[in-house]
Design a protein around this ligand. Structure first.
Ligand SMILES: [Zn+2]
Length: 105
């Protein structure tokens, strides 16, 4: 995962902001970044798929439903944390994007 502005590697901890993925800022050039929607969906889908797999396995092994749910959330969180730095692609947040802000104000 690299910054589209300065091409430096973005550390994983930059992703964990109070505002979530919508508040990511490059630690090198301070550019405001947002994940590309398709990569965010991919990370979410992978996490959800593996979490669901864990839930099914736990249920298959005779775990209680709440235990299986807990397993789902643990796997989901771990996979999300691991997959996000690998799969996420960042783009610059459209601050001065003429398509969105314009000169209407
Ligand atoms: Zn940067």
């Amino acid at each position: 995962m690299t910054c589209p502005q300065c091409n430096q590697r973005i550390p994983t901890r930059a992703l964990w902001t109070p505002a979530g993925l919508s508040g990511v800022v490059c630690t090198h050039c301070q550019a405001a970044l947002a994940p590309k929607p398709i990569s965010a969906i991919l990370v979410f889908a992978v996490s959800f798929g593996l979490g669901d797999l864990a839930l099914m396995l736990l249920r298959h092994k005779g775990a209680e439903f709440w235990q299986a749910c807990a397993g789902f959330f643990v796997v989901f969180a771990v996979v999300f944390a691991l997959a996000a730095p690998l799969l996420l692609r960042m783009r610059l947040k459209d601050h001065g994007d003429p398509h969105l802000s314009g000169h209407r104000a």
